[in-house]
Design a protein around this ligand. Structure first.
Ligand code: UD1
Ligand code: CA
Length: 459
C-alpha cells in the first residue's frame, strides 16, 4: 500500500529570531530539514511533499530535485500546512505520513514502526508520542479512561490539569488518506492562536468514533522539536554523539567524543585516533591510521593514510599518506601536500602543490607555488606571488634546497637540485644544480662597536 510523506516546513520559526528559515539552520554539518528528509525518504512512494512558506525560495533551492513543493502563502497553522499539501496527493489512496520539519532526531526505524502500525490495524490515524520529564510547550495527549487516544490539546490551550499530562504529541502522524481529507475539512481556527491545528484532526476522528493509535517512542529524545537555539544546540549534541558512535563502531578511536565535532558525512578510516578539540567539517575524508592531535579544524579536505595533523586549520586541501602537518599550519584552498611531506609550525600554504617527501618546516608562506619532490624549503621562505594586481607561480623543481628567509619573486623557477642561499631574494630563474646567491655582500667594520661604546662613556 502506498504511503506519501508530507513535511511541514513553512513556519517562520519565530523563536529562532533569525533571518534564515528555521529548517535551514545547520546541525552537525547540514540543515535540520535534511535530517528529516533522510528519516522519511524510504517511506514515501514518491518524492516527499514539502510545505514551504517563510523563506520558501531558499528552502526550495536547497531541496531542489529531492522534493515536491506545496506553497503555504500565510502560515495559519500546521492544519493549514497539511491542507496546502493535500492537492499534491492527487488521487492517491493508502496512507499519508505527516512530519514536522523541525525534528532532526527522528529515526527511520521509528517511522517504519509507525507506518506499520497504521497499516496493520484498522486505524484512521496513528501518531507518535513521547513521555517527557518536561513536557512544557508540547501538545498533550489526552486519553480516555480505557487508555485510548481521545485528542491532543496544545500547551497554550490546556487547563492546568491537562498540563500535568506528560505524554506529548511528537508531530509525526500516519493517516488513512480518506480520514485525512475528512478531518482536514472539519478543522477550524477556534483556539488561542487563531490557527488551524493539525492536532485537532485527532479529536475530530475519535469524536466520529474512528480509532486513533499512538506509538510511544522508546527514545523520547527523537521526538524533540527544534524551536529555538537552545533546542538546536541540544539536538546537535545528540546528532554529534550518534555520528561519532557510528565512527567508533567502524574502528575509529576518539579520546573524548564529547569534545570532538564531526559533521555528517565525514569519512574516517579505521585505526585513526582523533584527539579532543577537533572540528571535522563537511566534505572531509581522513584515511586509516592517522593521528589527528588536538586543535584542528579540517573542512572539505582529504587526508591520506597514516598522516599526523596537529593544531592546524585545513580547508579544501589534500594531505598525502604519511605526511605531517602542524602544529599551527594553515592549509588554505588548493593546498596539496604530498606523500611523506612535513609541513611545520606557522606555515601557510595556499593553492600550491608540495611534492612527495618535501619539507616546509617553519614560518613559510607558499602561495600559488609548485614544489617538486624531496625539496627543502627553509625557515621563513616566502613565495612572493602577488604584485598587487595579479598572482604568479614560483616553481621549485625536484631536489632543490631553498635556504632560510629567501624570497622567491614569482614568476620564477628554481631548477632541479639547485640551491638558493639563505636570505636571497630570487627574481631570476636558477638553473638546475646551480647555487643562487641574491643578497648584498657582508662588510665587517673592525672595532666599530668598541669605539661607539667608548664615545658613549665620555659623554
Ligand atoms: C507542534 C504541535 C504540538 C507538538 C509539537 C511537537 C500543532 C498545532 N502543534 O507544535 O502538538 O507537541 O509540534 O514538536 O501542530 N508549520 C507550517 N506552517 C504553519 C505552521 C507550522 O509549515 O503554518 C511547520 C513548521 O515549519 C514546523 C512544523 O510545522 O516545522 C511544526 O510547527 P511549530 O510551530 O514548530 O509547532 P509547535 O508549536 O512546535
Ligand atoms: Ca516545533
Amino acid at each position: 500500500m502506498d504511503t506519501m510523506a508530507i513535511i511541514m516546513a513553512a513556519g517562520e520559526g519565530k523563536r529562532m529570531k533569525s533571518e534564515i528559515p528555521k529548517v535551514l539552520h545547520q546541525t552537525c554539518g547540514r540543515p535540520i530539514i535534511d535530517w528529516v528528509m533522510d528519516a522519511v525518504l524510504s517511506f514515501s512512494a514518491d518524492k516527499p511533499i514539502v510545505v514551504v512558506g517563510s523563506g520558501a525560495d531558499s528552502v526550495k533551492a536547497h531541496l531542489e530535485g529531492r522534493a515536491q513543493f506545496a506553497f503555504q502563502e500565510r502560515q495559519l497553522g500546521t492544519g493549514h500546512a497539511a491542507m496546502a499539501a493535500a492537492p499534491l496527493l492527487d488521487e492517491r489512496t493508502g496512507h499519508v505520513l505527516v512530519v514536522a520539519g523541525d525534528m532532526p532526531l527522528l529515526k527511520p526505524e521509528t517511522i517504519e514502526a509507525l507506518v506499520e502500525l497504521a497499516q496493520s490495524e484498522e486505524y484512521a490515524a496513528v501518531m507518535l508520542t513521547a513521555v517527557l520529564d518536561d513536557p512544557t510547550g508540547y501538545g498533550r495527549v489526552l486519553r480516555d479512561p480505557l487508555g485510548g487516544v481521545r485528542a491532543i490539546i496544545e500547551h497554550r490551550d490546556a487547563t492546568p490539569a491537562e498540563r500535568e499530562v506528560d505524554e506529548v504529541n511528537a508531530s509525526v502522524y500516519c493517516f488513512e488518506t480518506g480520514a485525512f481529507y475528512e478531518a482536514l475539512g472539519a478543522l477550524s481556527s477556534q483556539n488561542d492562536q487563531g490557527e488551524y491545528y493539525l492536532t485537532d484532526c485527532i479529536g475530530y476522528l475519535t469524536g466520529k468514533g474512528q480509532r486513533v493509535g499512538a506509538l510511544i517512542a522508546s527514545d523520547p529524545e527523537e521526538c524533540m522539536g527544534v524551536n529555538d537555539h537552545a533546542q538546536l544546540a541540544q539536538a546537535s549534541k545528540v546528532l554529534r554523539r550518534r555520528v561519532i558512535a557510528a565512527h567508533m563502531a567502524e574502528g575509529v578511536s576518539f579520546i573524548d567524543p564529547d569534545n570532538t565535532y564531526v559533521d555528517h558525512g565525514v569519512e574516517i578510516g579505521r585505526g585513526t585516533v582523533i584527539y579532543p578539540g577537533n572540528t571535522l567539517q563537511r566534505g572531509t575524508r581522513i584515511g586509516r591510521n592517522c593521528t589527528i592531535l588536538p586543535g584542528c579544524r579540517i573542512s572539505a579536505s582529504v587526508i591520506g593514510d597514516g598522516a599526523r595533523v596537529e593544531s592546524s586549520v585545513l580547508t579544501d586541501s589534500t594531505v598525502g599518506d604519511g605526511a605531517t602537518v602542524g602544529p599551527f599550519a594553515h592549509l588554505r584552498p588548493g593546498a596539496q601536500v604530498g606523500e611523506g611531506c612535513r609541513v611545520g609550525n606557522f606555515v601557510d600554504i595556499k593553492n600550491s602543490r608540495v611534492g612527495k617527501g618535501s619539507k616546509v618546516s617553519h614560518l613559510s608562506y607558499v602561495g600559488d607555488g609548485v614544489i617538486g619532490e624531496d625539496c627543502n624549503i627553509g625557515c621563513g621562505v616566502v613565495f612572493v606571488n602577488y604584485d598587487g594586481e595579479k598572482k604568479y607561480a614560483a616553481v621549485v623543481e625536484d631536489g632543490a634546497f631553498v635556504g632560510c628567509n629567501a624570497n622567491l619573486v614569482a614568476p620564477v623557477t628554481v631548477g632541479e637540485g639547485a640551491y638558493v642561499a639563505a636570505g636571497s631574494t630570487v627574481t631570476e630563474d636558477v638553473p638546475r644544480d646551480a647555487l643562487a646567491i641574491a643578497r648584498s655582500r657582508q662588510i665587517n667594520k673592525e672595532g666599530w662597536a668598541g669605539k661607539r661604546r667608548m664615545e658613549k662613556q665620555k659623554k
